[in-house]
Design a protein around this ligand. Sequence first.
Ligand code: NAD
Length: 336
Amino acid sequence: MRDKIGVAIVGYGYWGPNLLRNFSENRSCRVVLVCDRRPQRLSAAQARHPGLPMTVQFDEILQNPAVDAVALATPVSTHFLLGKRVLESGRHVLIEKPMAMSPAQAQTLLSLSLRKRKTLLPGHTFLYSPPVRRVSKFIRGGTLGRVYTMDFSRVNLGLFQPDVNVLWDLASHDVAIALSWLGRLPSSVRAQARTFVRKGIEEVGHIWMDFPNRVWVHIHSSWLAPVKLRRVSVVGSKKMLVYDDTESVEKVKIYNEGVLKNPKSFGEFQLTYRTGDILSPKIDASEPLSLEVADFLDCVRTGRKPRCSAEFGLRVVRVLDAAQRSMRKGGAPVKL
Ligand SMILES: NC(=O)c1ccc[n+]([C@@H]2O[C@H](COP(=O)([O-])OP(=O)(O)OC[C@H]3O[C@@H](n4cnc5c(N)ncnc54)[C@H](O)[C@@H]3O)[C@@H](O)[C@H]2O)c1
């Protein structure tokens, strides 16, 4: 392996500039090429990164011997074919979330990365988010007691995606967060979604997931909302928690609140509501994407498995696929 890992970025739309900035700032790599099939996007990249080689031809990346690894920030419908070609060429790949449009596609990419012994990191950036990791510790460490529910809201106006609905776009973040916090797949998934502005690509949707340990998770996703919400509340038997990613500080608050069941007489209970202090832990403010990029590059160098593994990416796709199937059946439960 050469001194600095040679990286190419494909897709310079909304998210690609963040990947390019983070790879450019990481000292263990060198960005050797940026690719977007729209020349005007390359002009925008050129303005910010003068002198960086650019191309509209994806094939140029596969022909360039200086490219060791590729980061794909192209639309979801392109992930499978482009990712497959990168892996087949013997290169490492970071594929933006969700890594593919079906479990079969995701499984093919996973198997290919294993066969070629190349890193495949699906870009579920929230797995690297310090507040998400802190909440994970609270949940897994038992601070909240037995978790009853998780309620996610990820709504705002736009950005409408051309190829996938709001569940594959916005809810993919919350599915990833919930799976990482609970460490397992749900036993069943239900979903409903609707179109209002365009035809055929749902803009507002809900997913409900039932987990084997009786945790009930709800996700609300929308491209049609007047305010931006990025919030989840987690209700446990001992404490409750709110994680609001739109807050600049105090993103996580733990409420020492709950309901107690006091036996009144045999078979009868009296409920008492307990309220106490609100605690907001100090949380590291590192940018999640810089941690994700650093993990990817370290895995490329060492061959170890990334924090966000291809197996995890496949699990997210399995849940989204189940949600899609449930949606088609009017919200009927789909078992996993
Ligand atoms: N991790 C995150 O937090 C996060 C946030 C936003 C978006 N994303 C993901 O990033 C990906 C891109 O989303 P976006 O909102 O930036 O989309 P976008 O449409 O704004 O940008 C995609 C770019 O890819 C280019 N492109 C398409 N096909 C190409 C090809 N074959 N070769 C070269 N260039 C090609 C397009 O011209 C466009 O500029 C999606 O998978 C999305 O889910 C991730």
